[in-house]
Design a protein around this ligand. Structure first.
Ligand code: HEC
Ligand code: HEC
Length: 379
């Protein structure tokens, strides 16, 4: 009798094991987890074809690239070191209370963890602070691309009334009065008079040194085939195929560096933000925002330019249904500025397990935050 019971228990646990085995997934293409392991163990050119639309000039996912900053060059090193001090110095703000790092905190992966940033006088911004990790890969900056270089970008937050609220006319004068800074500027630029341009240039150079670190995914690409577990591997496959993410988030940094309208304009509401259109005034640019890179994205929520999406599960549900379309209200039919979602978006029909796998893959793009030591600021 005992033997029968024991046998039944054995059978039952076997059945349970089979039903919970992580590798019982099968794609419509007949691929299973075991076959995915084999396929993705090969060099990238033998991976399944990425699911991208005609005309998308995608690049395959890749390992981290070197930053353009040449730290073997002493003069570049001096400018970057000065930029680092300035980045952490609250005296760049009108009330001496806010530095770049207030909203781009290295411990928070160079973002601030808030829905929208809060600046001078506790005034809110309208947008979420993007991480500055790998920011040098872009050729336009801000969610709406309104600055073309990091040097140009820097004056924005310093002067904005709801960020650092510093009058740019007195910025250089203010720093000139801090004796300790003169030697740093002299070493970096060879002159003892500090100018705004030098301040912006130093900040830009320092930001070129902000890079993310190796992740499980990089280790997988470099040949450690067990760096990704079954769930993460499935996530990688879905990311490149069924989920269509590669249409916009591709290459070493998971971004095409382009602008798309993915249905988040809040058109007609008080939170309306038309993105790139504010800069170009072209109706076709309504609602377009820069595609953010996805390295360390699991650490930089809440997400999207408005910071309104607080959980990655909800974000996936939005993508799963092809993102919200603007409902045309009576009288809006002929409105030339009606936002139109990007044609690359469509419902992707992932089941819960597949969405979880996609999130697990994004998690595998994480690297530990950089421990930043900042020396005593000049007095
Ligand atoms: C009060 C918070 C706050 C402060 C202080 C702040 N930023 Fe930002 N930063 C933001 C927000 C919010 C955005 C996005 C704004 C937008 O896109 O309109 C942003 C965007 C950026 C971007 C563009 C990133 C990208 O992917 O395009 C860079 C670069 C940047 N900040 C650097 C700096 C530097 C350098 C300083 C200091 C001089 C600074 N920030 C100070 C909140 C802040
Ligand atoms: C049509 C191009 C496009 C496609 C396809 C696309 N994305 Fe995006 N993604 C964007 C743009 C543009 C944004 C920024 C939108 C905004 O904030 O207004 C974004 C934002 C995100 C964010 C938030 C990042 C942040 O820092 O706030 C995540 C996460 C993300 N996408 C993941 C994915 C995943 C996963 C897929 C595949 C299921 C995908 N995306 C498909 C263009 C796209």
């Amino acid at each position: 009798m005992n033997k029968v019971l024991l046998g039944m228990a054995f059978l039952l646990s076997g059945l349970l094991l089979i039903s919970f085995k992580s590798n019982d997934w099968m794609g419509s293409d007949g691929l299973t987890i075991d076959s995915l392991r084999k396929v993705y163990a090969q060099p990238k050119q033998f991976w399944p074809k990425a699911n991208v639309d005609k005309g998308v000039k995608f690049e395959e996912l890749d390992t981290l690239q070197a930053s353009p900053l040449d730290l073997t060059n002493d003069s570049v090193k001096r400018v970057s070191a000065l930029g680092k001090l300035l980045f952490f110095d609250t005296r760049l703000s009108g009330a001496n209370q806010i530095s770049c790092a207030t909203c781009h905190d290295p411990a928070l992966q160079w973002a601030d963890g808030k829905e929208v940033s809060v600046g001078h006088d506790q005034l809110p911004n309208i947008r979420n602070a993007p991480s500055l990790e790998n920011v040098w890969i872009y050729s336009s900056f801000f969610w709406d691309g309104r600055a073309n270089t990091l040097v140009k970008q820097a004056e924005g937050p310093i002067s904005a009334h709801n960020e650092m609220n510093q009058d740019l006319k007195s910025l250089a004068k203010k720093l000139n009065r801090i004796k300790g800074y003169r030697a740093y500027f002299k070493a970096a630029f060879g002159t003892s008079t500090i100018t705004n341009q030098q301040i912006f240039e130093s900040l830009a150079t320092f930001q070129q040194s902000i890079v993310s670190q190796d992740t499980k995914f990089d280790r997988f690409l470099k040949g450690d085939k067990h760096a990704l577990n079954d769930q993460e591997l499935l996530g990688l496959h879905l990311y490149r195929t069924k989920a269509r993410c590669m249409n916009c988030h591709y290459g070493a940094y998971f971004t095409d560096k382009e602008f798309h309208n993915i249905g988040l304009t809040e058109y007609g509401n008080k939170n309306q933000d038309l993105g790139l259109y504010n800069v170009t005034k072209k109706p076709e640019d309504v609602g377009k925002f820069k595609t953010p890179g996805l390295r360390n994205v699991m650490q930089t929520g809440p997400w999207f330019h408005h910071g309104l999406v607080k959980s990655m599960d909800s974000l996936m549900v939005l993508y799963n249904m092809g993102m919200p379309e603007h409902t045309v209200l009576p009288g809006q039919e002929k409105d030339p500025l009606l936002p139109k979602n990007d044609k690359l978006l469509r419902g992707i029909m992932l089941n819960v397990r597949e969405r979880k796998a996609l999130i697990a893959f994004l998690e595998a793009l994480s690297s530990p935050p950089l421990l930043m030591q900042v020396e005593r600021l000049p007095q």
